[in-house]
Design a protein around this ligand. Structure first.
Ligand code: SF4
Ligand code: SF4
Length: 425
């Protein structure tokens, strides 16, 4: 199998030397961060396997699909509608953008003062170390933030890229623009795949993507229990894997995990003692394998019980109405659902503040940690409003600005310790 993988990576144009370095670095990190946890649900075994074979079986599957004529569409942001990709019999795959390893590679081209997520994703392509990028026929970007928008222009010199224009306001004019963008995306995908998106196919794809959302909602609901039945690290990993695993398999595995953790809730069993301080993380997304803040918090004695993030509730909170009807009507319903993602790229974005307060109450948290990737200006500026909103509600907040490196880990631990001391019951 390992030999097969090496041959596959070579055929994909992977830089094997750099890739070996990345693959050798991951297992000890995973062992330290994940496998060292106590009392994990058995259902996490599947997700451990997926990470353990991160560039193996799933890439082989995608390659086989591609050889059979299926289009692979790579994405970075929760604004790109998977429903449309699936309805054209193509496969959407969320790309990794969460490792420090690819950051210095990107810095050979991109300015250093760019957020780590952008640099990490670009470095994967520039360094030829991501087999998912190499397998994909098209990368779909968006105009959510200036850094990404301009990075995609450069990325287009290396790989086919299509950009969706996400508006910055939530007015009716902006909604109309976005509906037009989603309809244009339908045409692009139909052309790319050569497959027509019919009303029936779109309804089925909508149900499927909703099923994944429902499974993740179910998992998150168990995290409202005290004691919490699953660690924040494990729940984050499930969401991260959901971005790129086969959607039907993922739904099955998440639901099987939910069966198990719901039983834990019924029995009052948890992974941490009931008195453990409960924390909500809100802010920039945490792409795989970015587990830094969760690890610091949970090894310092907190339980992360929810993420208000695109690798959290923003990914799955709202469903697309499953009303069926003509393709045009379904496209509008899909577009309208995606406009309910309260990304900091919008102005104003009061709905996100309401969400944070509501989630803090629903998950009965003792405090919120606002997570900001360094150089992510939208979330950094919006943190000022988050702070005010939480202060009004009497909910303690810790603002964290960091990147993917470990340089500030000691300093972060000190700040996290002080925060937990303050909110401990
Ligand atoms: S934070 Fe905004 S730009 Fe980033 S993934 Fe989420 S919706 Fe997309
Ligand atoms: S974290 Fe911020 S700066 Fe980075 S890609 Fe997302 S919105 Fe852009």
């Amino acid at each position: 199998m390992a030999t097969d993988n090496r041959q596959m990576w070579a055929e994909l144009g992977i830089d094997l030397k750099k890739h070996d370095m990345l693959m050798n670095a991951l297992p000890p990190i995973y062992k330290d961060i994940y496998l060292s946890q106590k009392n994990r649900p058995k259902g996490m075994g599947f997700f451990d396997f997926v990470v353990g074979d991160i560039h193996g079986i799933r890439v082989q599957e995608l390659r086989q699909h591609a050889k059979n004529g299926t289009t692979v569409v790579a994405t970075y942001c929760v604004f790109v509608p998977d429903e449309i990709v699936l309805a054209a019999d193509a496969i959407p795959v969320g790309l990794c953008a969460g490792t420090q390893f690819s950051v210095p590679i990107a810095e050979e081209v991109l300015p250093r003062n760019t957020c780590a997520l952008i640099k990490s994703s670009f470095g994967f392509k520039l360094g030829r170390i991501c087999p998912y990028v190499q397998t994909s026929h098209l990368i779909v970007g968006e105009t959510t933030c200036d850094g990404k928008k301009k990075m995609f222009e450069i990325l287009a010199e290396y790989h086919p890229v299509y950009i969706m224009e996400v508006p910055n306001k939530k007015t009716q004019r902006s909604r109309d623009l976005w509906r037009g963008e989603v309809a244009a995306f339908q045409e692009v995908i139909e052309k790319q795949t050569g497959n027509e998106i019919t009303a029936d196919k779109l309804s089925k794809a909508t149900r499927l993507v909703n099923d994944r959302r429902r499974a993740l909602q179910r998992l998150y609901n168990t995290r409202k229990a005290n004691p919490v039945p699953i660690s924040g690290k494990d729940a984050l990993l499930v969401t991260q894997v959901a971005f790129y695993d086969d959607i039907s398999r993922c739904i099955k595995q998440v639901n099987a995990l939910c069966d198990e953790v719901e039983k834990r809730v019924a029995k009052g069993e948890g992974v941490f003692p009931a008195k453990t301080p409960r924390v909500l993380i809100s802010g920039s997304p945490m792409a795989i394998p970015n587990w830094k803040l969760h690890h610091i918090l949970e090894t310092a004695g907190a339980a992360v019980v929810c993420e208000e993030s695109c690798t959290g509730t923003r990914m799955f909170s709202d469903l697309v109405p499953e009303t069926g009807g003509p393709v045009e009507e379904q496209i509008k319903a899909i577009a309208d659902r995606y406009m309910q993602i309260h990304c900091a790229c919008f102005t104003p974005n009061e709905e996100r503040l309401d969400d944070i307060v509501r989630l803090a109450r629903e998950y009965k948290v003792d405090g919120v940690v606002h997570y900001n990737l360094q150089f992510c200006h939208t979330y950094a500026n919006e943190a000022v409003k988050v702070e005010k909103a939480l202060e009004k509600e009497g909910i303690p907040l810790l603002r964290v600005e960091t990147d993917y490196s470990d340089e500030d880990a000691g300093q972060l631990r000190t700040r996290v310790d002080a925060f937990l001391e303050m909110i401990r019951r």
